[in-house]
Design a protein around this ligand. Structure first.
Ligand code: GDP
Length: 305
């Protein structure tokens, strides 16, 4: 049984690769820290990237939303709302509308995600990390703000003093996640921003405990090549949390539960240092520029090397 812990734009590339090569169903545990209420809608960006990515609807260039979408609704929103900095496509809108309706009707986020996944004919189990609200919050110089306000509204152009997960103390893993983790043969930490995409999931106390207790092979795929993230604000966030922006930093961040780390061949110089941390290191090409790269990396992770 394969379980993948995922974030957004980086993770979906590997998940797509795994989907192409796996006959069996995998369980995908998605980040909920970037969920946000805007325009009266419950928006779950990383869940949607996973749903759209696995149903062939994702705008792969942007890494979010539906391809060939239009943004006419946003033009109307601009007239009435100050929150028009967050873009929602016209086709994408109905996902948020339906989720919000079902949520207000009393369904849990995991139930809604299952329903949507079934409607999109996705064969895998997609489970949000928690049905409790967890909010990734950035502390800048003068105040705290939602991750989306930091990254989308302010384009990440603010200093980061701290990153915290609001609500994490009372958050429980959704559904049967802890059992799935305990019964998995392989647990893959997909490439995602360690602090804001994978961090909120593994900070859930019971989920982390089950990761530590599981006898599965726990393998992380690094999101960092040559001391830089491939995209997004991971570098700035890692620095703010006291981790070096390197594979040493990634290894340290995951060191209390992973067995193995896959790094890029160009970062081979870090191998000894990471091995000394008790983590087995693999090196290969970890940049996924196209579907062939996604499939090759998925095969590499699934092999028993
Ligand atoms: P955000 O963009 O920082 O909010 O984080 P996401 O979790 O949505 O995804 C971006 C993360 O995935 C970044 O940390 C990237 O470095 C990483 N990433 C993106 N593309 C790739 C890729 O092709 N290979 C690997 N190994 N990591 C990637």
């Amino acid at each position: 049984m394969i379980t993948v812990i995922t974030g957004g734009t980086g993770s979906i590339k590997l998940v797509r690769g795994l989907d192409s090569v796996l006959d069996e169903k995998m369980t995908i545990i998605t980040n909920v820290g970037d969920n946000i209420w805007l325009f009266g809608l419950y928006i779950c960006p990383d869940i949607d990237t996973t749903l759209y990515g696995l149903s062939g609807q994702l705008d792969q260039k942007r890494g979010w939303g539906i391809y060939n979408d239009t943004f006419n609704w946003m033009t109307s929103v601009n007239k009435f709302s100050d929150n028009a900095w967050f873009q929602i496509g016209d086709k994408d809108l109905d996902t948020h509308r339906l989720r919000t309706k079902l949520f207000k009707d009393g369904m849990k986020l995991s139930e809604i995600t299952k329903l949507m996944s079934n409607r999109m004919n996705i064969k895998h189990h997609i489970i949000p990390a928690s049905n409790h609200a967890i909010e990734t919050t950035i502390t800048t110089n003068d105040r705290q703000m939602h991750l989306q306000e930091f990254w989308v509204k302010n384009k990440g152009n603010l200093p980061i003093k701290d990153v915290t997960y609001k609500g994490i103390e009372i958050a429980e893993p959704a559904d049967n996640i802890t059992n799935v983790i305990k019964n998995s043969d392989k647990i893959i930490i997909a490439p995602g921003n360690p602090i804001s995409s994978i961090g909120p999931t593994i900070a859930i106390t019971k989920l982390k405990k089950s990761l530590k207790e599981s006898n599965a092979r726990k393998i992380a795929l690094s999101p960092i090549i040559r001391n830089k993230p491939i995209s997004g604000p991971a570098g700035k966030m890692m620095r703010a949390k006291g981790y070096s922006v390197s594979n040493i930093g990634v290894a340290k961040f995951y060191s209390d539960f992973i067995d193995e780390l896959i790094i890029d061949s160009s970062d081979i110089k870090y191998m000894d240092k990471i091995t000394k941390m008790g983590i087995k290191v693999h090196q290969t090409q970890i940049l996924m520029k196209n579907s062939l790269n996604e499939i090759e990396l998925a095969k590499y992770i699934l092999s028993d090397n």
